[in-house]
Design a protein around this ligand. Sequence first.
Ligand SMILES: [Zn+2]
Length: 67
Amino acid sequence: MSSFLAHKQYVETCVICESLKPKGIHLYTSFICTECENDLIQTDTNDPKYKHFLKQLRKITNPEIFS
Ligand SMILES: [Zn+2]
């Protein structure tokens, strides 16, 4: 039991891929894993995948901007 606790990994849920990842960055109160961060940087804004990222990221930011 004690060895299990000693090996406890610090993981957080990534808002993009919704998986538990040990490494990443914090954006506001949310967590983005390193893989998704790199993916996001490399994805062209015209790529449909980019829209998916934005959709996921929209969950993070509060809808304070009124269009
Ligand atoms: Zn991720």
